[in-house]
Ligand binder design. Structure first.
Ligand code: IMP
Length: 430
């Protein structure tokens, strides 16, 4: 089957958007299957910068159909704003080009209010969420009191349910010290959003199934990263969905037998936003240097990202959790100019050496990274056109990563533009 799942192997922000954008040249469909507008992709196309939160980057390719699967949580305000902005740029964002699952859950105003109120009350124990209402929306989905996009197109049904749900949410908001929300305002706005989005809504599982039967190339684009997964991430400092490749099935309504390859994206160093443990974090000038050179500020919230050395214990664990069959290494250019590069290949807890990511924060807080060192390179990589032209030390760095992980590197990214993408073999991974 010509299907490919792309996932992040770290804490998100690995540069998936750029790789997906390049791979989309050969994709007929690009599918988002989890998360919401907590994600953010920065893309540079013809020297112009675009930030997308919900719509897959396939929107920039004229032949690709973009799909938002049932596993995504959709903030109607955000998606409508994104559609309108892209239209203004002259892009085709018609209902032929963008398909949204009618089953996708809706982020309601009270989800955002609850997210913010809880975080501000939690103070020391806050998760450091993006404040976009992601967690509360998934809670309501699992609690069977959520709205699906299709519900917004049925005003009577929506009105009755909203009355019941909002009463409970307002009670809770007041308890958290936040302002209660107005029923009429939400009802009228969201019915309008339903009308706007109605042409885009469809049974995307059925659509994708037909595409796969016709041998179309389908790319599944993961959001966030492996260690933000609700089950396998650094719980509770995680997002509220399964970010692992397995969720490409449930989040798009397809079975595992249609999935073929899984591409894991590895940033050449490690970053994380929000709270939570980070064994290889550099809290010194070097961390600051990586942040500035790598432009490590959240695409969604603008928050500075914490930076550290590449942690291969994490990536190796991500390979197992996602069934990763090949890798793309991104932002290699950011490491240019450093004399020595360090890579974490194991953790030590006391005298014990471990090579798998621990399940508890307690254990994680006790680990000391074991590093291997490699010589750096001075050359600027932005004009490198092929893998063979990379400096010897850069190739050595990559070769060692590949050998340790036992999975082939197929793509190396050396800058933000489409042109800064070196393919080690053929240009299609399908
Ligand atoms: P939430 O997804 O907004 O609930 O945030 C939960 C955690 O996931 C926080 O630490 C966020 O910073 C992090 N997070 C959510 N989305 C992303 C992303 O796209 N990239 C990196 N971190 C993210």
């Amino acid at each position: 089957m010509p299907t490919l799942i792309v996932v992040g192997t770290q804490w998100g922000d690995e540069g998936k958007g750029k790789i997906v954008d390049v791979l989309t040249e050969k994709a007929d469909f690009v599918v988002r299957f989890q998360g919401g507008n907590n994600a953010g992709h920065t893309l540079v196309i013809n020297q112009k910068k675009f930030i997308l939160h919900l719509i897959p980057s396939g929107i920039f390719h004229p032949h690709t159909i973009c799909v938002i699967g049932n596993g995504v949580v959709v903030d109607p305000e955000v998606i409508i704003d994104e559609i309108e902005k892209l239209k203004k740029e002259g892009l085709d964002v018609s209902s032929q080009k963008l398909k949204i699952s009618e089953r996708a859950h809706v982020i309601m105003p009270y989800h955002k209010a609850l997210d913010l109120a809880r975080e501000s009350r939690a103070k020391k124990n806050k998760i450091g969420t993006t404040g976009r209402g992601i967690g509360p929306c998934y809670e309501d989905k699992v609690g069977r009191r959520g709205f699906r996009l299709i519900d917004l197109t049925k005003p009577d049904f929506f009105r009755e349910k909203l009355k019941v749900y909002l009463e409970e949410k307002n009670y809770y908001l007041k308890y958290l010290g936040a302002e209660p929300l107005d029923f009429k305002e939400i009802y009228e706005k969201y019915v309008e959003y339903g009308q706007y989005l109605k042409p885009y809504l469809t049974d995307t599982s059925h659509l994708l199934w037909e595409a796969i039967k016709q041998n179309k190339n389908v790319l599944f684009e993961g959001a966030q990263g492996t260690f933000l997964d609700i089950d396998y991430g650094t719980y509770p400092y995680v997002t509220s969905s399964n970010t692992l490749s397995g969720n490409a099935c449930c989040g798009s309504g397809l079975g595992p037998t249609v999935m073929n390859k899984v591409l894991g994206i590895v940033k050449a160093y490690t970053t994380r936003v929000g709270e939570g443990p980070f064994p290889t974090e550099l809290k010194d000038e070097l961390g600051e240097y990586l942040r500035e050179k790598g432009g490590e500020y959240g695409a969604t919230t603008g928050r500075p990202r914490r930076c550290g050395w590449l942690d291969l214990v994490m990536v190796k664990t991500a390979i197992r959790l996602n069934g990763i069959s090949c890798l793309a290494v991104t932002k290699l250019d950011v490491l240019s100019g450093l004399d020595t590069l360090k890579v974490c290949t194991a953790y030590k807890i006391g005298e014990k050496t471990i090579e798998s990511f621990p399940s508890t924060l307690d254990e994680l807080s006790q680990v000391t990274p074991v590093y291997e060192e490699f010589p750096g390179w001075k050359e600027n990589l932005s004009h490198v056109k092929s893998y063979n032209d990379l400096p010897k030390a850069a190739k050595n760095y990559l070769k060692n990563i590949e050998t340790y992980l036992g999975v082939p590197i197929k793509i190396v990214s050396t800058g933000p533009s489409r042109e800064n993408c070196l393919f080690l073999e053929e240009k299609s991974l399908f």
